[in-house]
Design a protein around this ligand. Sequence first.
Ligand SMILES: Nc1ncnc2c1ncn2[C@@H]1O[C@H](COP(=O)(O)OP(=O)(O)OP(=O)(O)O)[C@@H](O)[C@H]1O
Ligand SMILES: NC(=O)c1ccc[n+]([C@@H]2O[C@H](COP(=O)(O)O)[C@@H](O)[C@H]2O)c1
Length: 500
Amino acid sequence: MTSNGFKSPAPVLPAMGLHSFHNDSPPFNGAGIVANPEPEYLSLDDSQTLPPRPQARPFGTSSQSAQKVTQMTTFPREVDLSVSNMVAPMPIRIGSPLIDPQGQQGGHHREVSNTDENISLSRSRRLVSGYMFGNPPSPVDSRPPSTAEELYHTPPSLGRDSPPLVDPRTTQVSPTESEEAPFDVEETIGEGSAQLSRKKSEKSRDRETGYDALNGLNDGEADLDESAPQAEGSTEAYLRGAGGEAGQYGFPRHRLRTTMKDESKIPIVIVACGSFSPPTYLHLRMFEMAKDEILESQTYEIMAGYYSPVSSYYKKSGLAPAVHRVRMCELAVEHTSTWLMVDPWEAGQSEYQRTAVVLEHFDEMLNSQGGGIVMSDGKKRRFKIMLLAGGDLIESFGEPGVWSEPDLHIILGRFGCLIVERAGSDVWAFLLSHDILYHHRRNVIVIKQLIYNDISSTKVRLFVRRGMSIKYLLPNSVIQYIYDHKLYRESEVKAVTQST
Ligand SMILES: Nc1ncnc2c1ncn2[C@@H]1O[C@H](COP(=O)(O)OP(=O)(O)OP(=O)(O)O)[C@@H](O)[C@H]1O
Ligand SMILES: NC(=O)c1ccc[n+]([C@@H]2O[C@H](COP(=O)(O)O)[C@@H](O)[C@H]2O)c1
């Protein structure tokens, strides 16, 4: 019996229109196929349909975000509110439910106390950080929706972002291998290591070793891959508010794919928002789990993944200064991944930015300013942007005062969400119980953790403070950075008290 009272959630969800995730279902059968309207190509003039977006600005300058929020939460008028228009007739496959090996739910302590040990373990920690320390700033218009239209409004861009361009089931697309090798591989491993000195294209390595960064195979080679594109310039100057060119914000594109292998799919960019204090192997694994799920769905093609560390204005216990967290995320992906990047924009803002605003920023950079992605026929297509989050974060959608309803419609409706199950949170029960989440369920993909990983940043910080080993919990480069910069040595409660 699960904590939500179901013997098993399996019999319930399919009857409610969700894809069966019962254990005896073929795990990856017919995945992720949505209805097939005509493809919509990128219109660079979206001023009619999209709310205003924030402009990137250097650290330390004042923000207009309060005003932006008000504007953003006013939905455009030209919307078809009929439910049939909002819900695609073909269900998106959603992964399997959380099944605790011991048959139990809820492995976490959730009590809130004033000790740093407990603060972040609590599911209510967002409330703790939100109210005790004045953040996150309240979701703006948190009044309840007054009409059904307001509640079930799906912004028009959902239609543009969501549908596949061609039905992958009926279109025979020969997987034309891209002739373009995104980067050349030149590996020279130093003394004491296997001496490797070779220059190969990603494509030729693909043939020989099965290595294919975005298609999921043997990505372990990335650890040796000194030539994977690295971020240019210093995000530190931007984050420290340095003037001049060095301090300018630049959206990282060095690992963003510029062509699609299979143009019948939807180009997707995954964005993970969070503290990452510090980033751990779990945070890296989240992207890989998402990648596997997306590959199986056959609907999307991943073009890149981004971390967006929250700014220092998010007064959460244990938050190292943003400049350190951004750098640690960069180190974490530098030589371990070929498709993940770190966007410092959110971290460099002079006040807290809500997640909906952060996703708007990505849309601006990738689609409005960036022009989307150019197809082989020269037409442009928008990147679909999806938020990647753990089950606990999603459950906080239901905590009063933490997320505004208009924001949730933007996040779940206009963008979409990849939810990684987290031990202790019952995503399935929550999906059923939360009106807005359920309404947008076809734009939500739940990812089962086939190997449970519950590495916790909170515990890593505590280990550091207690002088315990954190090796194999996070990349060595991040461990070194923590020690070099003497991070996480102070009691979190003490540190928070002193900084306020
Ligand atoms: N064990 C986990 N399983 C699934 N998702 C996780 C797990 N740990 C963190 N996440 C997700 O990673 C994202 C970033 O997490 P964040 O760094 O903000 O918090 P955290 O990892 O829980 O750290 P802390 O311990 O400091 O609270 C969030 O979406 C969170 O839900
Ligand atoms: N209203 C909001 O947009 C809202 C509320 C709570 C958390 N978040 C985001 O969720 C992420 C993770 O938060 P926690 O570290 O509290 O789990 C952060 O990026 C934070 O900005 C956003």
